[in-house]
Write a protein that binds this ligand. Structure first.
Ligand code: NDP
Ligand code: OXD
Length: 311
C-alpha cells in the first residue's frame, strides 16, 4: 500500500526535521502539516503533540495516532480520539537523555554537590565525608520504558536501588516491588526518590501528604514525570519543614512554572524546565516509520498504549 498521508501537528517540535527523517524512511508517505492542504479521507496517520480540540474528528480514515512524546496524559482524555491504535514515542535517544537526567540528579545529592554549590556561594571550604554509594537507598517509582533503564543504570553505578511498578518486574541489580499495597513500605525505606510514573487517574496526587510523610526524614525527591503525580502544596510544606530535605523538579502542575511560584524562591529546590528527556527526530522517526509499516501490514504499532489504562 502506498500514497497514503500523515498529518503532523505540534507547536513544539520541528516539522521540517520530522518530514526529512520520516520521508527518508518512508519515501511513499505524504507528510502534511496543513490539514486544509490534504484530502482528509487520505490521512491515515496522525503524528501529534497536543493538537487543538476537534483535530482528529476531521480525519475519518485514521489508522494510527502517534503521540509526539512519551506521556499520553493530555491525549487519552480527549473526546475526539478515534478508536484506532494509539502509540507513544520511545527510542534510545529519549531513554539515554532520561537516564542521564536521573543519574545526574541522584548523584548530585549522593555526592553532596548541592551542599558544595551553596558553600561556594559563601566562599566556604565545607568538607562532607562521602558515603559509599552502596549505602544510599534510591527508589524509582515507575519501571517502564524510561524508569526501567534509569533504575538499572543507578544500580550499575553502585546504589542500593529499589523499584516500584504496577506489575512485578525483574531488573538486574534492582529490588522490585509491585502494587499499591507495597507503596507505603517502599517509601519508608527510600532516601532518594525518583518519580517516573505516568499521569493517570490512579497516579494523580498519588504522592499526597500522607505518602510523602512515609519517606524517612531528610529524604530527597526527584520528579521527572508529571507535576500532578505529587500534591504540590504538600510537597512545599514538607520542603519548608525539612521533612523532605531537597527536591529536583522538572515538571509542574502548571507549566511554565509561574514567575511568582514559591518553588522559585526555595533554596532546597532545583528547577529544570521540563526537558529531562526530549524526542530526537533522527532516532524516533525510525520507530514511527516501523509502526506505520506494521499498521500497513495489519500488525499493531510499536509502543502502543492503552487509553483506558491511561498509559
Ligand atoms: P511507561 O508507560 O513505559 O511506564 C510507566 C511505568 O509506571 C510502568 O512501570 C507502570 O507499571 C508504572 N505504573 C503506571 N501506573 C501505575 C500505578 N497505578 N501503580 C504503579 N505503577 C504504575 O512510561 P515511561 O517510563 O516511558 O515514562 C514515564 C513518564 O515520564 C511518562 O508517562 C511521562 O509522563 C514522563 N516523561 C517526562 C519527560 C520529561 O522530560 N520530564 C519526558 C518523557 C516522559 P507496569 O510496568 O506494571 O505497567
Ligand atoms: C513526554 C514529555 O512525555 O516530554 O515526552 O514529557
Amino acid at each position: 500500500m502506498s500514497g497514503d498521508a500523515l498529518i503532523f501537528y505540534s507547536a513544539f517540535d520541528d516539522p521540517a526535521a520530522w518530514k526529512k527523517t520520516l520521508t527518508a524512511e518512508l519515501p511513499d508517505l505524504e507528510f502534511h502539516t496543513d490539514p486544509d492542504a490534504v484530502d482528509p479521507a487520505r490521512v491515515h496517520y496522525a503524528l501529534t503533540w497536543k493538537p487543538p480540540t476537534g483535530f482528529f474528528g476531521r480525519f475519518p480514515n485514521l489508522k494510527l495516532v502517534t503521540n509526539l512524546g512519551a506521556g499520553v496524559d493530555s491525549l487519552v482524555g480527549r473526546d475526539d480520539l478515534p478508536d484506532v491504535p494509539i502509540s507513544r514515542l520511545s527510542d534510545t535517544g529519549m531513554v539515554s537523555l532520561m537516564t542521564s537526567y536521573v543519574l545526574f540528579s541522584v548523584i548530585r545529592y549522593a555526592r553532596d554537590i548541592h551542599v558544595f554549590e551553596r558553600a561556594q556561594r559563601r566562599s566556604e571550604w565545607k568538607y562532607v565525608h562521602p558515603r559509599a554509594l552502596s549505602d544510599i537507598r534510591v527508589g524509582v517509582l515507575g519501571l517502564g520504558e524510561l524508569g526501567g533503564p534509569a533504575a538499572e543504570a543507578l544500580a550499575r553505578t553502585g546504589f542500593d536501588v529499589r523499584g516500584w511498578s504496577r506489575s512485578q518486574k525483574q531488573i538486574p541489580g534492582v529490588t522490585c516491588q509491585a502494587g499499591i499495597d507495597t507503596l507505603d513500605g517502599f517509601l519508608s525505606e527510600v532516601e532518594i526518590l525518583v518519580i517516573l510514573l505516568p499521569l493517570t487517574p490512579e497516579t494523580r496526587g498519588l504522592l499526597d501528604a500522607k505518602r510523602l510523610a512515609r519517606l524517612p526524614a531528610g529524604a530527597k525527591l526527584i520528579n521527572a514525570s508529571r507535576g500532578a503525580v505529587v500534591d504540590e502544596p504538600a510537597l512545599i510544606t514538607a520542603l519548608q519543614s525539612g521533612a523532605i530535605a531537597e527536591a529536583t523538579l522538572d515538571v509542574f502542575v502548571v507549566e511554565p512554572l509561574p514567575k511568582d511560584h514559591v518553588f522559585w524562591r526555595m533554596e532546597n529546590v532545583l528547577i529544570t524546565p521540563h526537558l529531562a528527556s526530549i524526542t530526537v527526530p533522527e532516532a524516533a522517526a525510525r520507530e514511527v516509520a516501523e509502526s506505520i509499516r506494521r499498521v500497513r501490514s495489519g500488525l499493531p504499532p510499536l509502543h502502543q498504549i492503552d487509553p483506558r489504562r491511561g498509559y
